[in-house]
Ligand binder design. Structure first.
Ligand SMILES: NC(=O)c1ccc[n+]([C@@H]2O[C@H](COP(=O)([O-])OP(=O)(O)OC[C@H]3O[C@@H](n4cnc5c(N)ncnc54)[C@H](O)[C@@H]3O)[C@@H](O)[C@H]2O)c1
Length: 255
């Protein structure tokens, strides 16, 4: 069901953020299994080492970089490292993200600023750093947004705002570069089993009636559901996909 497509990324150089677990790990593992050379990035050194070990054990090519993407310098330096390791960059996959639930009036300034820095600012700076290289390689960008960027959700206002920003980052870049070969797309997952959702907590006194509306009827997906889309969109098979926000959410957003 989640079989890699051999050779799909042969000769390609890729950068995957948030690769220490969940969707980022599954994407990096798949892209490497499909022949890509992958620089994996995360703030979680242990998780990243595990991802690299999985790739290496399968015979793939991987470089690791541990860092916190909340500074512009880290985003630019990571892209520079990928280019110096592989000689070029073909695909940037912006996956790293954080989520939290709270009453709107109770989110602290520090928590708000961090969420914007990780979910919104970092993809912006990664795109800025990567685009000159992607124009040279005729490459592409795959951003991980969320169903939360497409619909309003109670108790996750800041998360929804940042994912809405990723949607607009994607669409606006798609238009700015529409006359070049660069492709820019986003995937909007619904609930996916990962450390993000496992550690997700809501205050005890929320109105669950508001939350059940976007929990969906068909349960959760797994990181591999999203990794296979990252692979499709990021590969030559995605040639006709540009400026798209592809939902993979088991029917949360249509209703
Ligand atoms: N899991 C879901 O239900 C779901 C749904 C929609 C969208 N998403 C999005 O998918 C992406 C991946 O989420 P996931 O479910 O795999 O979660 P995850 O927690 O398993 O993975 C996120 C990774 O990002 C890394 N990260 C967080 N802050 C960082 C920072 N400052 N610097 C560097 N790395 C950092 C974490 O260490 C972690 O390894 C996120 O952008 C998330 O918003 C997830």
């Amino acid at each position: 069901m989640y079989e890699p497509i051999a050779g799909r990324f042969d000769g390609k150089a890729l950068l995957v953020t948030g690769a220490g677990s969940g969707i980022g790990r599954a994407s990096a593992v798949r892209l490497a299994a499909e022949g890509g050379k992958v620089l994996v990035h995360d703030v979680n050194a242990d998780g990243l080492a595990e991802t690299a070990a999985i790739i290496t054990a399968a015979g793939g090519t991987v470089e690791t970089r541990v860092g916190d993407i909340t500074t512009r310098d880290e985003c630019f330096d990571t892209v520079a490292e990928a280019v110096s390791s592989f000689g070029k960059l073909d695909v940037l996959v912006n996956v790293a993200g954080i989520a939290s639930g709270q009453h709107f009036t109770e989110m602290t300034e520090a928590a708000y600023r961090r969420m914007v820095a990780v979910n919104q600012d970092a993809p912006f700076f990664f795109c800025q750093a990567a685009i000159p290289h992607l124009l040279e390689s005729e490459g592409n960008i795959v951003n991980i947004a969320s169903n939360a960027g497409l619909i309003g959700q109670a108790y996750t206002v800041a998360y929804c705002m940042t994912k809405g920003a990723v949607v607009q980052l994607t669409k606006s870049l798609a238009m700015e570069y529409v006359k070049t070969p660069l492709r820019v797309n986003a995937i909007a997952p619904g609930g996916i089993e990962s450390s993000l959702t496992a550690g997700y907590q809501m205050p005890g006194d929320i109105d669950w009636d508001l939350v059940s509306r976007y929990a969906g009827y068909r349960g959760m997906g797994v990181p591999e559901d999203i990794a296979q889309l990252v692979s499709l969109v990021g590969s030559a098979d995605g040639i006709n996909i540009h400026g798209a926000i592809l939902s993979s959410d088991r029917g949360i957003t249509p209703g």
